[in-house]
Design a protein around this ligand. Structure first.
Ligand code: HPA
Length: 233
């Protein structure tokens, strides 16, 4: 079977998948952490792999950047390939002054400036939230490993280069911890299909302090987040 954007056969993809934004990060994760790896997708160079971690089957695939891209891939993974647990592993920009580079956040809920949920024709505003089971398990794993982790609200923004550099302050005043660009669509697709989703983020830059990591550091520097995510298989 192939879908519009994934060339795998049914069964090639595990019930649990990790979704970094960057397909080369998916390759790095597969090469570094998984055993018995088989590549299941290369359409549009959106590489996807299935392997095992501590004997458990798990997949990893790029989601691309932004709500439309993860909206497409997560929909196909859930509805055409039977994926049940989707864990985004990404980077974010800190909105909160207490967050430092490489701090880890679990996205309990996602706000958005995207219109993604419009197509559900809901008579109000949808609150996109993580799966409680995955969220709770991820927090437990972090605690067991002694990894400090923040849990809270994030913003899935359609805009990376905001015309107003102070726009983030309004979200920050509502307790929103950080900005990324995908969680809201992932949580919507999971909710609509009754499956589980979680977003785990590492702080790659700060809107408050203006500090940032390099893209090389981003590819390899997120091992603590991966330690948590892989245990969710
Ligand atoms: N904005 C949006 N997405 C991001 C950022 C950011 O500053 N950093 C990492 N992902």
């Amino acid at each position: 079977m192939t879908t519009a954007h994934i060339s795998a056969k049914k069964g090639d993809i595990a019930e649990t998948i990790l979704l970094p934004g960057d397909p080369l990060r998916a390759k790095f994760i597969a090469d570094t952490f998984l055993e018995d790896v088989v590549q299941f997708n290369a359409v549009r160079n959106m590489f996807g792999y299935t392997g095992t971690y501590k004997g458990k089957k798990i997949s990893v695939m790029g989601s691309g950047m932004g709500v439309p891209s993860i909206g497409i891939y997560s929909y196909e993974l859930i509805n055409f390939y039977g994926v049940k647990n989707l864990i985004r592993v990404g980077s974010c920009g800190a909105y909160n002054e207490d967050l430092k580079l490489y701090d880890i956040i679990l996205g309990m809920g996602a706000c958005t400036n995207s219109n993604y949920a419009h197509h559900y024709e809901l008579p109000g505003t949808f609150s996109a939230i993580a799966s409680w089971d995955l969220l709770y398990k991820a927090k437990q794993v972090a605690d067991q490993k002694g990894i400090d982790i923040k849990v809270g609200n994030i913003l899935s923004s359609d805009v990376f280069y905001n015309a107003n550099p102070d726009a983030y302050k309004k979200w920050a005043s509502m307790g929103v911890l950080a900005v990324e660009m995908e969680a809201y669509a992932l949580y919507c697709n999971a909710a609509a299909a009754g499956v589980n989703a979680l977003t785990i983020l590492t702080v790659s830059d700060s809107l408050v302090t203006k500090l940032e990591t390099t893209s090389d550091e981003r590819e390899t520097g997120f091992s603590k987040m991966m330690e948590i995510a892989l245990e969710l298989a």
